[in-house]
Write a protein that binds this ligand. Structure first.
Ligand code: GCB
Length: 596
């Protein structure tokens, strides 16, 4: 075939198919937590709704740069194109492509989303940012043919500035998402939940002034006898001398502070707020204005503190009456409505819980908002789960960034009391240094919240002796005595042998049970056996822990669960996947929590 062409187009086509490294031109540095913008409560323009969509198994769109190609040659004649954006399949965003049609169920790879939107500037010199709530796993954004953002990590939000020079009246957004499981990712190749792909949370546009409030935090100062509040802003530009007015009308607070040369302003003010707790989830309206910008939030004030083996909430010892949950809709999919989130909170409350472990990745920020409003303590974590490429520096950077994005997102939520840096990772040198650094990152970005990790038990010594315990505030462990190990007493032995002078929590225990399957208490997958496991766990652990989190509230989809009794689901739920039918053990847990 000839490479001659007077348009140069032919060369480009050849380049696309003959160049193994075609993807290099589609790589810009990843957007990170440093690019995070405080957008809570800001007015936004939703870009949710109908988008064009196609799986792109061979990465044709990026390979051929189709998002910027014209379907005309230089003489304005039509040339054949492999993709016509106006003819794409129409799908709802946010959503998971796996749930669109059966053929997409197990699809892991690249997919393309496309839509247009109209833009008209509202104020001179305004800046426009696109926020993507979450896209699993690697996501790239093209605005009118130009690559403007690239992000990795499937569960945290990121921002892309839509450059004024690029923005026209009718704009074209092309977003590619790739959910292929890769060795070096967080999580890596193997995990016990479904790998949903797509833009799973909302897309929004925000307009802000040239210099805007980039970050805002507000909390009760630890050890201040609950009488001092700190508020802080960071402007988008490092300028000194800019006034920032902080106000909490219900507490009579109206304070002026001036930015220092790094563009930050902080105030610490005496206050007597009614303290936030699960029983009294009191929130205060807070606002800050600076220059042309204004932000507000609803924040609860509470203190979470570790004292020896105790966890103190507002100075009083608490026991975490918890349960774990995944973020999965009834019809499958990682995209939930607020009603579905409330279903999780309400079912946990019905069981008597005061705490939820949001496993095993950051759930939507709507969950922590609702937990703030309805009084539920939260354990939040990133998917440093099972085997991870702990020696790999870029893997660490990814994990650290996911942690930092989560902290930036949820730092003002009173409900969030624990950051967790991982789940069931083997105690090796590489893993220790990786996770120790993650714990340090949490402390650097948020000194006031305890850090934890769900550790493995050392089955040789039957104890929790993970070296990471030294670097975290709350030590927790997962164990399945009565299930993976059929003797029930193991947990008792572990507790006897574990001598850690820090709060000790069980972050997982349980047993599989097929809803409605009944039989003897030693018959696997029956509700009776699951119930017995819980009765024994309660018997052996009562009075020896600072928290207990059954695994798990609802059954969930898991491709690794192939037993006919499981049918592609992890059936350890205390409630069926229909989110209604309760198994026997639910009531055992309810009875236990009622008495605590
Ligand atoms: C675990 C994991 C959790 C699994 C669970 C199980 O230890 O942390 O993600 O789903 O066990 O069911 O085996």
């Amino acid at each position: 075939m000839s490479k001659t062409s007077n348009t140069g187009k032919m060369e480009k086509d050849y380049d696309c198919i003959l160049n193994l490294d075609f993807d290099r031109r589609n790589q810009i540095p990843f957007t990170t937590a440093d690019d995070f913008i405080f957008t809570d409560n800001r007015k936004s323009e939703l870009l949710d709704g109908v988008w064009g969509f196609t799986p792109d198994v061979f990465q044709t769109v990026t390979r051929k740069q189709l998002f910027s190609a014209s379907n005309r040659d230089e003489q304005h004649r039509y040339v054949p194109m492999d993709m016509d954006f106006s003819e794409m399949e129409k799908v709802q965003v946010p959503g998971c492509w796996n749930c669109i049609r059966d053929q997409y169920w197990y699809y892991e790879g690249d997919a393309v989303y496309s839509r247009t939107f109209l833009y008209k500037s509202e104020k001179a010199q305004e800046r426009v940012f696109l926020r993507i709530g979450a896209a699993n796993y690697e996501c790239r954004v093209w605005l009118n043919g130009k690559l403007i953002a690239r992000h990795q990590g499937g569960f945290t939000p990121f921002y892309a500035e839509l450059d004024a020079i690029r923005l026209i009246h009718k704009n074209h957004l092309v977003i590619t998402v790739n959910n292929r499981r890769e060795r070096e990712q967080i999580p890596s190749m193997n995990y016990d939940w479904f790998n949903y792909g797509g833009i799973t949370r909302s897309l929004e546009l925000f307009r802000v002034p040239q210099i805007f409030i980039k970050d805002f935090s507000c909390h009760l100062i630890p050890d201040s006898d609950f009488e001092k509040i700190e508020m802080k802003v960071c402007l988008s530009t490092a300028i000194a001398g800019q006034n920032c007015q902080f106000s909490i009308p219900e507490l009579g607070i109206d304070e002026l502070a001036v930015t220092t040369e790094n563009g930050e302003a902080t105030v610490s003010v005496p206050a007597h707020p009614e303290l936030w707790s699960p029983e009294t989830p009191r929130l205060y309206n807070i606002s800050v204005s600076s220059g042309e910008d204004f932000v507000e939030d609803q924040v609860g004030f509470r203190e979470i503190k570790i004292q020896g083996k105790k966890i103190l909430l507002n100075g009083k010892e608490i026991f975490l009456k918890g349960v774990c949950c995944h973020e999965e809709s009834k019809n499958g999919g990682r995209t939930l409505s607020d009603e579905e989130r409330m279903e999780i909170i309400n079912t946990a409350k019905e069981m008597g819980c005061n705490a939820l472990r949001l496993a095993h990745y950051p759930h939507s920020e709507r969950m922590s908002r609702l937990a703030d409003q309805h009084g539920m303590l939260l354990w939040e974590e990133i998917p440093v789960y099972w085997a991870i490429d702990f020696m790999n520096e870029t893997t660490f950077a990814d994990a650290q960034n996911q942690m930092r994005e989560l902290i930036k997102r949820d730092k003002n939520r009173a409900s969030v009391i624990i950051w967790s840096v991982g789940n069931e990772n083997p105690d090796t040198e590489a893993r220790l240094s990786f996770m120790k650094c993650l714990a340090e990152t949490c402390k650097a970005d948020d000194p006031a919240r305890p850090v934890s990790a769900a550790c493995l038990v050392d089955v040789d010594t039957m104890s929790v002796k993970d070296r990471l315990a030294e670097f975290i505030d709350i030590v927790s462990f997962n164990q399945y005595y009565g299930w993976y190990y059929r003797d029930y007493e193991g947990v008792s032995e572990i507790l006897k042998n574990s001598t850690i002078n820090k709060p000790l929590v069980i972050t997982e225990t349980g047993a599989g049970a097929k809803t409605g399957h009944h039989g003897g208490t030693e018959e696997l997958f029956t509700e009776e056996h699951q119930d017995k496991v819980y009765q024994k766990q309660i018997e052996y652990t009562t009075g020896k822990l600072q928290g207990f989190f059954p695994w798990i509230l609802f059954d969930f989809i898991s491709p690794i669960r192939k037993h006919p009794m499981q049918g592609g689901k992890n059936s350890k739920g205390l409630v069926d996947m229909d989110k209604k039918t309760k198994k026997k053990a639910f009531y055992t847990m309810q009875n236990y929590y009622e008495k605590r």
